[in-house]
Structure formats: C-alpha cells, structure tokens
Design a protein around this ligand. Structure first.
Ligand code: GDP
Ligand code: IMO
Ligand code: MG
Length: 426
C-alpha cells in the first residue's frame, strides 16, 4: 500500500539506510523529509560502501526516483559533492528532485553552530557542526533562503549577499571570523545554477505519484529521541524526525501513511551529549563499540553504547504510530554470554512504565533489566528465522512482547543481503 515511513526509534544510526535500501525495491519513490547533512546513511553493496548525507538511500535502484522534500535543509556543496562521487562510482543521480521549498544552508549557519557550541562551555550538545540548527532557526525566523530562489539567479545572488553581510555583523560581535562575502556569493551562484535542473514542486509530484498508484517511502534522518519536540531537549536536533514530521516535511497527509517502520539496534547507541539510562561505561560498552564499529559516519566520533531500552521503544511506538520494528545489528551480540534488555525504569525507588517527560527525571532513571542467555555463535549467515539460534528467538520475542508491535526485519550484518524476514521459514 501507498506510503511507508522509516523512522529511527532510538538516538540515530540504527541502520535506517540499510532497511530503506531493502524496502526501496517495492517503492518507486524514496523521499527524505527532514534533517540535512548531519545524517550519515550507510548502504553496503558487495565490497562497496556508500555513506549518504543528503541523497535518499533509494538512489541505488534505477527504478527509484529520489526526492529531497521540503522539510530538508540542503547544503549545496555537500549535495553536489555527493552527486559527483556517486556518479563517478556508477550511480546515476539524474532523477533526483529537490523541493523548491527546501531551505538552503550557508557558511554563516556553520559559523553560528560552532559559536553556539563554544558558548555552551561544559554543556555542549555535541552537534555535527553542519549548521543544521541555525538553518532551521532562520527558517522559523522567516529569513531563510529556499532552494526555489535559485530560479532567478540574480536576485538569489543579491539575497545571499544581503544575508551574508547582516550575519557577519552578528558573527563578528560573537567573536567569530566573518564569512568571505564575495567568495560566498560567487560560489553559491555557481551552485545555484547547478541546482536549477533538479528543482521540483515535490508536494504535487508526490501527490501525483500517489494518485498514479506509486508506493512512496519516506526516509527519516536522525531519530525519535533526537526530535526537537519529543527528544531529550536540549540534546536534540532541530527538526522533527518522528513520523508526524514526515507529513510536514513532504506535504503528504496523515491519512496517506499506512505503514511506519521503527528501526532499532539490538542494543542502544548515542553520539553527542544527553541522558542515556542504559549506557554502559565499562568493558561491555567497549565491546559493543568495538564489535559494532560504533563510530560516527559523518563526524567519526565514537558513539556511546548500552543495552536495549524497551521503555524508549514503547514511547517510540506512541510517538510514531509504529506498525512494526526492524531490529538491526543482531550479529553484534553474537559473542555475548548474557544479554540484558531494559524493561522498565526505577525512579526515586519507584518503578515507572512510561518514558519520563523531563530530562532531569530521565537522568535519575535506573534501568530494570531482564537477563537472557546469549547464543555465542555466528548469526551472520542466517537468512530465515529457522537459521537463527533459539536464544535469538527469545530475544526477539521479548522485544515484541515488551514493545507491543511485531518485528519484521532483523539485520545480521552490514551487507545489503544480511537480513532475516522474521517469521520466514527455511
Ligand atoms: P543510519 O544513520 O540509521 O542509516 O545508520 P548508519 O549508517 O549511520 O549506521 C549503521 C551502521 O551499521 C553502518 O555502518 C551500517 O553499515 C551498519 N549496519 C546496518 N545494519 C547492520 C547489521 O544488521 N549488522 C551489522 N553488523 N552492521 C549493520
Ligand atoms: P542519522 O540520520 C546520530 C546528533 C548529534 C547531536 C545532536 C544535534 O545518521 O541517524 P545537529 O548537528 O543535528 O544539530 O546535532 O544530534 N545527531 C545524530 N546522531 N545520527 C544522526 O543522523 C544524527 N544527526 C544528528 O550528534 O548530538
Ligand atoms: Mg547515521
């Protein structure tokens, strides 16, 4: 049926891109709906590894039209770098469509991002420094420049100059280095010309595709607990990755969506600061990082790691209307003797079932764990449920029971074909 949303159910990097690559076979249109080049979406095809920041993860199929919808903030240097790299590796990006309403990121956004992080001292968010927050702030302040502005390149150049000059006043006041106005205007005028053929009224495009019977896949970046409204504020990103954001970010309506796939690792990771109740700061955490290769796709930063948290996942079901889960990186647990799953929190001595709404309360949450035996064998060659060890069956069943939605896809390796359709028989 028509529209599927893929959303991260934790703090990002759950393996969304791999699942999107898999589902893209049945969805002729794949659209990114929020975020920008703070995302790092990895698809591994044979020996080739692709890390996408802006291009939708369906780009590897000729049958797919990739769309950057209105809710995305677009960094043109990154976009064209990515298009050039993909093209040089034999991936055709000619069908890519960029919404006229998507807002553009400029160098002054990156300067503001860095200055704001600097000013936070010991309370840094640990942003990707890509200018995402300041670009969305400009959109909200109604001073942003939309992609469609490049259609009239002279007035676009004038707008870039005017914005750059006025932002330089603020950057200088904050002790930063002003952006080179002439260089920026020249560079972005060239990039703007290059953007022209990709521009599209993506709202009407998506609705026309829907009317013509095409299935559409909406690709979330970041994740539920990095959501500006529902995440661990202020340690969040500046957009709405939750499924509701997919409507605002594409112009499709809530009733167009009928499938919402939440992606979770078989454990939890987080990059950047903020509360993390099941974090492991001991040797077990090190093992998850080492085996799971938990280093940021975009920034190379080491991710924090801990056990799976079903309190979070239950909240993710509420926030996103999840219809199913995909559990990735099951193989990372292959060598663990015992596996823990958080099924509740104890706060001030009392057990609570719901996810707390205040970060200071979340900071005091002590996880309540259910312990399972590990399987201690290689799961990476499993292709059906029957191939998975019984202990892994027990883990998946516990997740389903705790979270209240079915698991459909299980990841057992990074490569495109390393997955099990849960419930499938040999
Ligand atoms: P995304 O941002 O949610 O798309 O995820 P990332 O690409 O940032 O991070 C996920 C990482 O895990 C990537 O390096 C993937 O290649 C890798 N990956 C995805 N699924 C699996 C899996 O099932 N097993 C293993 N071992 N790696 C996986
Ligand atoms: P994908 O799509 C993990 C985190 C940053 C920081 C916070 C705010 O690959 O899952 P920002 O630059 O957005 O203002 O940073 O959000 N963050 C991510 N963490 N995966 C991501 O994207 C992320 N995008 C942003 O580390 O804590
Ligand atoms: Mg990522």
């Amino acid at each position: 049926m028509p529209v599927t949303v893929v959303v991260g159910a934790q703090w990002g990097d759950e393996g969304k891109a791999k699942v999107i690559d898999l589902l893209a076979k049945e969805h002729p249109v794949v659209a990114r709906y929020q975020g920008g080049h703070n995302a790092g979406h990895t698809v591994v095809v044979g020996n080739e590894k692709y890390a996408l920041q802006l291009t939708p993860s369906g780009v590897f199929y000729d049958s797919v039209t990739p769309v950057i919808a209105n809710g995305v903030v677009v960094d043109l240097p990154t976009l064209f770098n990515e298009i050039d790299t993909l093209t040089s590796r034999g991936i055709n990006c000619d069908k890519l469509k960029v919404s006229t309403r998507a807002h553009l990121i400029f160098p002054w956004h990156q300067s503001h991002d860095a200055l704001a992080e600097e000013a936070r001292g010991d309370h840094k968010i640990g942003t990707t420094l890509k200018g995402i927050g300041p670009a969305y702030a400009d959109k909200s302040r109604r001073v942003g420049i939309q992609a469609g502005a490049v259609a009239d390149i002279d007035s676009f150049a004038a707008a870039v100059r005017q914005r750059c000059e006025s932002e330089n006043v603020l950057i200088t006041q904050a002790g930063g280095v002003p952006v080179d106005v002439d260089e920026t205007v020249t560079r972005f005028t060239d990039l703007g010309r290059r953007l022209q053929p990709y521009l599209c009224d993506t709202v009407n495009f998506l609705h026309d595709e829907l009317a013509n019977g095409s299935a559409i896949l909406l690709e979330g970046a970041q994740a539920t607990f990095l959501d500006l409204d529902h995440g661990t504020y202020p340690y969040v990103t500046s957009s709405n990755p939750t499924a509701g954001g997919a409507c605002a970010g594409t112009g499709l309506g809530p009733r167009d969506i009928d499938r919402v796939v939440g992606i979770t690792k078989s454990y939890t990771t987080r990059v950047g600061a903020g509360p993390f109740p099941t974090e492991l700061t001991d040797e077990l955490g090190e093992r998850l990082v080492d085996i799971g290769r938990e280093f940021g796709t975009v920034t190379g930063r080491r991710r924090r790691a801990g056990w799976l948290d079903c309190v979070m996942l239950r909240h993710a079901v509420r926030l996103n209307s999840l219809t199913e889960l995909a559990v990735t990186k099951l193989d990372v647990l292959d060598s663990f003797e015992t596996i823990r799953v958080c099924t509740g929190y104890r706060i001030d001595g009392k057990e609570v079932a719901n996810y707390p709404d205040l970060p200071e309360v979340l900071d005091r949450a002590e996880p309540v764990y259910t312990e399972l035996a590990g399987w201690q064998c290689d799961s990476t060659n499993a292709r059906t449920s029957d191939d998975l060890p019984l202990q892994a069956h027990a883990l998946i069943r516990l997740i389903e029971e705790q979270v209240g939605v079915s698991v459909r896809i299980i990841g057992v390796g990074a490569e495109r074909d390393d997955y099990v359709l849960w419930g499938s028989q040999a």
